[in-house]
Design a protein around this ligand. Sequence first.
Ligand SMILES: Nc1ncnc2c1ncn2[C@@H]1O[C@H](COP(=O)(O)OP(=O)(O)OP(=O)(O)O)[C@@H](O)[C@H]1O
Ligand SMILES: [Mg+2]
Length: 417
Amino acid sequence: MGEMNVFEKHIRKNTLFRGNRNALYPDYLPDKLPHREKEIDKLAEILVTALRGGKPSNILIFGKTGTGKTAVVRFIGRELKKAEKAYGMSKIEYIYINCETVDTPYSVMQTIGNHFITEWNERIPFTGWPMDKVFSVTKEKIDEWGGTVIVVLDEIDKLVSKSGDDILYQILLLDNEMSNSNLSIIGISNELKFTDLLDPRVRSRLTQEKMIFAPYNAFQLEDILRERVMIAVQDGVVDDVVIKTCAAIAAQEHGDARRAIDLLRISIEMAERDGSPRVTERHVYQAKNKIEMDCVAEAIKTLPLHSKLVLLAVAISDEAGKSELTTGETYDIYRKLSRRVGISPLTQRRISDLISEMDMLGLINAQVKSFGRYGRTKVIELALPVMEVKRLVLEDELLMELENVKVAEQKKLSPFL
Ligand SMILES: Nc1ncnc2c1ncn2[C@@H]1O[C@H](COP(=O)(O)OP(=O)(O)OP(=O)(O)O)[C@@H](O)[C@H]1O
Ligand SMILES: [Mg+2]
């Protein structure tokens, strides 16, 4: 008998996805964007000027996370390039910049400039040139080229809060100083208030047109999901109730389409893992749990060491049958644990701050309770399954040796081990 190829059993496994599984990942750009028709049309109305060789107004787009800002702007860029080929009377360059990664004034200007420099040895280097040289070379090259440039600055609020608005001023100045070319800006921001940070002259020019993308409601999210299912999933695999549930959950959490799509994809993966031929509501709830648990795991892994020790203190007390602790009791156990691993403990006041932080992260519940005439005190308990918390905390190399530490049961707290 021949050996089985190592891929064989996997390849034979039935998959519920089809053709383009990518369509269920957030950076896939679909051909249709349901419920953004009006926004797309408004952008087209403004940007058509570029096809006629003119300068479109600058536009600022606001909206919460997952409301389709990036998708719409990428979509319109694709359409604009198609239109330019089909019936454009002038040249257009559409430059998309994500300011979360391209996050310094130098790199933004360099990115714009290099779009117009084809000769390798003439390109603007990643670092090293004085800013005014980057500016003047960029200006010269765009002007030589002669056309309309549209610069998209996605996450523009992050750029401004990191480096100020001078770079915006400079990009606006590029347009002013060119005679053969035009330049317009499309800015995208999560933060409505971000324009407060801008110099009034920059602000008024940047916001010639303003658009706000509202969060999607559950029905709109359903339509978005249905489109994706048609592209990425085998027929009959995803029930309508699954789509409705994913949409309803995401609508409750601020109408974020990214969440809805992630939830759907992970639900399908859950069904596959089960060997189930169809996705059911149960898989959606499993997926929701998985997403939440992944979030929590990430939050715990990135906690500072002392917070992990506090969390472990609450967890081992919980294991010993005492699930509610006062700040003082928590501090006691924490201090012993830190001595065990050879770390000097922080003050009780600092620990109290760390407890509040973890409360906000949803890792523990810290509530002020009243004990009648004994006064009020803060009571702390875990907000998550104790086993999970312990497992995640003990992944830290420095804390591994605490794996078997316990709080003595009846004596409640102090003497342990
Ligand atoms: N109307 C829509 N139709 C189809 N897919 C959409 C629609 N709106 C958003 N999406 C999809 O949802 C996901 C999130 O959208 P997008 O990245 O555009 O959000 P955003 O507003 O830019 O959010 P953020 O502020 O977090 O950057 C993407 O995968 C996008 O393709
Ligand atoms: Mg975006």
